[in-house]
Design a binder for this molecule. Structure first.
Ligand code: NAD
Length: 295
């Protein structure tokens, strides 16, 4: 298969590497020379623009920072939709708002190009290991077509509905995650202030109704969850700035449909505060530092 891969950063670089390891021919483009050099050293074919890459491929995959980059890569001056043949397939794996991909899909579908959103969960570790989960928004024909391609980069491919539904699933999940992490941080910090041992408290929560992924797998208190970022100085996790971005997407999407996201708006401010304090790159469980400077 000939695949154009646009956006070879922390996630996209590892995903493209897995495609190469699976024997696919990959034409890559990124604005970063470092990303392109790594891609070339893994056997990727470096291209000068998104169009040059897409013109040689049947499938385009994009993994870009935000909606403006995705819009640019598909619809901009050097955009890929202008050069793709009818019957080609586009898969955007970036986390963006649902409306942007729905707008792009209108132009793609007018040209007979199949397109879907397929945001991921699993982070950089999942991207490297090829164990990502893809949340796909596509019609049934496109969903069938993307499954074998996504299987080179992930373990699970979930059909969420029509184009945009993958993004809706992703931002709703991360809204809950951002809130649940802040809730666990608040509870653990209060417990410490009131004098209970953190391990005893976590043990009770994790066998009671407060139990959730944030309390059990990624507890914000150091040394509770052995493999959690909190146990290694909040490094190498899901960065505060990415959580802030995803909460921004949820709050923005809620505004478009006039749906209240009361807790989402509140915790967005907590992660905003973390970023303002220069803690952008720390794992989002470090939000506990809003309650106790040094848990
Ligand atoms: P990143 O910043 O490491 O990579 C993005 C890459 O896109 C960069 O190399 C950048 O140079 C490139 N780029 C920007 N504009 C471009 C353009 N116009 N043309 C070509 N390349 C361009 O970011 P990342 O961590 O790889 O995240 C990518 C996406 O995945 C984001 O939408 C993010 O929200 C999402 N995501 C990230 C994680 C994670 O843990 N990092 C987890 C889930 C989802």
């Amino acid at each position: 298969m000939k695949i154009a891969f646009i956006g070879l950063g922390n996630m996209g670089g590892a995903m493209a590497h897995n495609l190469l390891k699976a024997g696919q021919q990959v034409f890559g483009f990124d604005l970063s020379e470092k990303a392109l050099n790594t891609f070339a050293s893994q056997g990727g074919i470096v291209c000068e623009s998104p169009q040059t890459a897409a013109a040689q491929a049947d499938v385009v995959i994009s993994m870009l920072p935000a909606a403006k980059h995705v819009r640019d890569v598909y619809l901009g001056e050097d955009g890929v939709l202008a050069v793709l043949k009818a019957g080609s397939l586009c898969i955007d794996c970036s986390t963006i708002d649902p409306k942007t991909i729905q707008d792009i899909a209108k132009t793609a579908q007018d040209k007979g190009i199949q397109i879907c959103d397929a945001p991921v969960s699993g982070g950089t570790i999942g991207a490297q290991a090829g164990t990502l989960t893809f949340m796909v928004g596509a019609n049934s024909q496109t969903f069938e077509a993307v499954q074998p391609i996504l299987s080179f980069m992930g373990k699970n491919t979930v059909s969420c509905g029509e184009v945009g539904a993958g993004q809706i699933a992703k931002i709703c999940n991360n809204l809950i995650l951002g809130i649940s992490m802040a809730a666990v941080a608040e509870g653990m910090a209060l417990g410490a202030k009131l004098g209970i041992d953190a391990h005893a408290l976590a043990g009770v929560i994790n066998s009671s109704s407060g139990r959730c992924w944030s309390s059990e797998v990624c507890n914000p208190w150091p040394e509770i969850s052995p493999n959690a970022p909190a146990s290694r100085g909040y490094t190498d996790g899901f960065a505060n700035q990415l959580m802030l971005k995803d909460l921004g997407l949820a709050v923005e999407a809620a505004g478009q449909v006039q749906q209240p996201v009361l807790l989402g708006g509140l915790v967005q401010q907590l992660y905003q505060q973390m970023c303002l304090q220069g803690k952008n790159h720390l794992d989002f469980s470090s939000v506990i530092q809003q309650y106790l400077p040094q848990p």
